[in-house]
Design a protein around this ligand. Sequence first.
Ligand SMILES: Cc1cc2nc3c(=O)[nH]c(=O)nc-3n(C[C@H](O)[C@H](O)[C@H](O)COP(=O)(O)OP(=O)(O)OC[C@H]3O[C@@H](n4cnc5c(N)ncnc54)[C@H](O)[C@@H]3O)c2cc1C
Length: 288
Amino acid sequence: MIPGSFSYHRPTSIQEAVGLLTKLGDDGRALAGGHSLIPMMKLRLASPANLVDLAGIADLKGIRSDGDDIVIGAMTTQHDLIGSDLLGTKIPILRETSLQVADPQVRYVGTLGGNVANGDPGNDMPAVMLCLGATYHVTGKGGERRIAAREFYQGAYFTALEAGDVLTAVRIPVPLAGHGSAYEKLKRKIGDYATAAAAVVLTMSGGKVATCSIGLTNVAETPLWAEEAAKILTGSTLDAATVKKAVAAAEAITAPASDARGPAHYRTNMAGVMLTRALARAKSKARG
Ligand SMILES: Cc1cc2nc3c(=O)[nH]c(=O)nc-3n(C[C@H](O)[C@H](O)[C@H](O)COP(=O)(O)OP(=O)(O)OC[C@H]3O[C@@H](n4cnc5c(N)ncnc54)[C@H](O)[C@@H]3O)c2cc1C
């Protein structure tokens, strides 16, 4: 299929991009790696009259420490995340998750900003961002604002972004030293979106869970933060009975669609299986 015709713009600053997108309104769309947007345009599920390519804006790229946080520019690719020693050391779940996004070709151009701004419940990074307590930096016509990832997702392809907004960076608080983490994803084949997936970041103290956070991918219209399940696990040794109770609490908040990846009840059940595996693996990596 061939996309509808469009005009192409290539701003070189965030302000220029925001100005263009604000002026164009519903007729304009930000373009990052294009690996979600272009397929949608080819299927005519999106037909923007103008594409505002963010690739020429140097300020949108890079990974840096900022106090207790790491700030990642929106145009940083999944490939860059995998190659970052800083992330590998401080937030290893990002490298682990990036390696499960699509395939190397997509990861070379697909960006973190595009992945989290897209609003597709099948994207892997949003649930990881909920799990990590990330904040999104957004610049729009009113200036810069920060939006907690846990408040960003409103429905399938509906986010807190408004017309003219550019997501400029993702700010992630570095998890405590000695934490354990895991991203478990069930997919039908390499390069597929998740049937269900679970992200876990936890710390242990004296053999018990001191802190725990859980995110779930593709089992509702939005990524899910399983707060109640994490509360149940906190203070436990991750014994089988408590894990079962927590998994039931996580499964209870899911509402997946029945689709080619399986019926809804199967996908809910697989979210529980992924969570059980992620908890065990995160615990095995945690110190304390
Ligand atoms: C074969 C294939 C397999 C895939 N498998 C997976 C997978 O397993 N897991 C997964 O997570 N993803 C998968 N993807 C999607 C891929 O990760 C995309 O790259 C990603 O979803 C979007 O990133 P992008 O940079 O390509 O964004 P684009 O496609 O350019 O943009 C996506 C959307 O976000 C908006 N946008 C992008 N950047 C910004 C910004 N900075 N500010 C405001 N709005 C912005 C765009 O306007 C658009 O609406 C797959 C894609 C393909 C083609």
